[in-house]
Design a protein. Structure first.
Length: 320
């Protein structure tokens, strides 16, 4: 057959809609430089020349919860993309003895009387910048719940200590009534997607029973099996597969994981500053109302701070 002279059309000529906000977190490039991250975005692709850009001009949620200048990097100018910005006192938690106790009690008030209440849990979360900090918070909160822990312990020891984004920990401590988040798409038509939040209702050796508290089918009961999982972008020079429940505890979650969600109450915990474009903007812009946001910032000696770093790579906005 002869070769067609018809010009090649992107996506076969079909209309494709891309949605996104370049103020939010850009694609993650493991160990990538600022230039690597900028060049991984869609507006650095050849596809961008074929796109028609339509802009939404008003962020209704952000009008209530924060300042759009944070996402644009216009505070404390001039700056090279990294700048310290002051946080208004209305948002700050600055009077505390223990920062963990303070952020937990502010975000989950009267926790012991409410930890079994799905409405209480589905409307709030603590955000942090790193997986390590999130794990510390989750284990701290889990310690308040009575009951025996269920977890796996396997060997070899070194591989069990490895953690990375999108891969569940080797050891997952759980109790009944613990909120969890899926790390994999299990059944998308039923709303069981990466990021869906649930509450543990029963624990067995090879399956977890849980009730959905977010997205579609709230109140539905599902059963979660162990799965073989490999990180999509391995930070190690080898491929590792871990057989584990595709979940993580979610009293706290990373800012990156929070992207795309909306909550009534958010506690932002920053023992160290954010480190990538858009993290601070995402953290403050997804809460539904101004009064629902509280921020705790401290130095290495746990002394409270009233400013933090905002990271905005302004060159990503150049051809929008």
């Amino acid at each position: 057959m002869g070769r067609s002279n018809c010009p090649v059309k992107l996506f076969g000529g079909k209309v494709i809609v891309f949605g996104g906000d370049f103020r939010q977190i850009l694609p993650v490039v493991p160990r990538g430089s600022r230039s690597d991250i900028i060049h991984s975005t869609i507006n650095s692709s050849y596809i961008w020349d074929h796109c028609v850009v339509l802009k939404l001009t008003k962020n209704m949620r952000l009008q209530q919860a924060g300042n759009t200048s944070i996402g644009d990097g216009k505070l404390e100018e001039p700056n090279d993309g990294y700048t310290d910005i002051p946080i208004p006192n209305d948002f700050l938690i600055s009077n505390y003895d223990d920062p963990l106790e303070a952020i937990v009690s502010e975000t989950y008030p009267n926790f012991l009387n409410n930890y079994k209440n799905p409405e209480f849990l589905q409307s709030r979360a603590i955000l942090a910048g790193t997986i390590e900090t999130v794990d510390i918070i989750n284990q701290y909160v889990l310690g308040f719940i009575s009951g025996n822990e269920a977890f796996d312990v396997l060997t070899p020891e070194f591989l069990n200590t490895l953690t990375t984004s999108g891969l569940p920990n080797h050891k997952i401590k759980l109790k009944i009534e613990t909120p969890i988040m899926l790390l994999r798409n299990i059944d998308q038509p039923e709303g069981l997607c990466n990021g869906t939040r649930l509450i543990v209702t029963r624990l067995a050796n090879h399956v977890i029973e849980a009730k959905i508290i977010s997205e579609k089918n709230i109140g539905g009961v599902i059963y979660i099996p162990r799965m073989d999982m490999t990180p999509t972008q391995s930070p190690w020079p080898f491929k590792m597969t871990r057989r584990q429940f595709p979940i993580t505890i979610c009293y706290a979650m990373t800012i990156n994981k929070y992207q795309g969600q909306s909550l009534d109450y958010v506690g932002l915990y920053l023992p160290r500053s954010v480190f990538s474009h858009g993290q601070l903007y995402v953290a403050i812009s997804r809460v539904k109302r101004k009064k629902g946001l509280k921020i705790l910032i401290h130095d290495k000696d746990n002394h409270p701070l009233n400013s933090t770093t905002n990271v905005v790579f302004k060159e990503v906005f150049e051809n929008l």
